[in-house]
Design a protein around this ligand. Structure first.
Ligand code: ADP
Length: 262
């Protein structure tokens, strides 16, 4: 039997299947369609197929994330902060701080020595400070996929300052840099620095101390430029897991196991 965690985020749905030893046996990561319920269902079906498992081998399902109540087939829906903390601590037991940057929100979570959430701060009101900022600028201005930004920024020798606090105004600032023939890599490195600074400032405003070990999760953690920008501003290393988008779904799967009594 397996326990399932499904994280229906604003941009992607993730499903994680764990066995009785709390080991991941299969997972999926899927870009959402406009229909969150169908996206969550599809993420589960793909994970089951990846693990060559059938639905009647599932003992319990916990959903989390922005669309956690949309899917309808879960046994329970749990808040994402708790699921992020549980999943991250499972992977990195020494974690004390989580920086999660997803498609349309960002979160900073502070944990105590036992991995229990002490404080958190979240931005889901403004695109700047989330993956959306990079998605939009990559597509609208540079006509590249967001997955290319990190590598491009590594060529930068003189990162530019993007001071606008808002994605729309940042776009104007960038267009102005382009009209001055500034290099794409220097602008993109500036975008990464601006995003990293915004997220760190959000944590500081809630008196979060960024104690180590710091785990950087969410889809934006796949961007080497943002990893470098965070490490530079924090003056310490951040840990990035091989699949940084899965931690909340893993936490939900662990909760499913607790609830199932397995
Ligand atoms: P959510 O859980 O909020 O739905 P995710 O944590 O899955 O979102 O993050 C989605 C965001 O991650 C995308 O909007 C994009 O900015 C970024 N992202 C996803 N894949 C990559 C990649 N390969 N390289 C760089 N950024 C990525």
């Amino acid at each position: 039997m397996v326990c399932v965690g499904i994280d229906v985020g604003s941009t992607t749905s993730k499903a994680v299947l764990i066995n009785g030893n709390e080991e991941i046996v299969a997972y999926s990561i899927l870009r959402n369609s406009h229909n969150l319920a169908a996206s969550g269902r599809k993420a589960l079906d793909i994970a089951l197929s990846n693990g060559k498992l059938s639905e009647n081998e599932i003992s319990h399902i916990v959903s989390t994330g922005y669309g956690r109540r949309a899917i309808g087939f879960q046994n329970a829906a749990e808040p994402e902060i708790i699921c992020h903390a549980k999943g991250t601590v499972k992977m990195v037991p020494t974690c004390r701080s989580i920086i999660d940057i997803g498609g349309q929100d960002s979160k900073i979570i502070e944990l105590d020595e036992k991995g229990v959430v002490k404080k958190f701060q979240m931005n889901d009101k403004c695109a700047a400070g989330t993956g959306r900022y990079l998605d939009k600028l990559a597509a609208d201005i540079f006509q590249v996929g967001v997955e290319q930004l990190g590598q491009i920024s590594l060529k930068s020798e003189n990162p530019l300052v993007i001071s606008a606090q808002c994605t729309v105004f940042a776009e104007s600032e960038i267009i102005s840099y382009l009209s001055q023939s500034k290099a794409n890599e220097d602008i993109i490195a500036g975008m990464h620095n601006s995003l990293a600074k915004r997220v760190i400032d959000m944590g500081k405003s809630a008196f979060i101390k960024f104690k180590k070990d710091i785990v950087f999760s969410g889809g934006v953690a796949k961007n080497i430029g943002v990893i470098n920008a965070l490490e530079c501003l924090l003056r310490q290393k951040v840990i990035v897991l091989e699949e940084p988008q899965l931690t909340a779904a893993l936490g939900a799967a662990l909760m499913a196991k607790e609830k199932s009594g397995a």
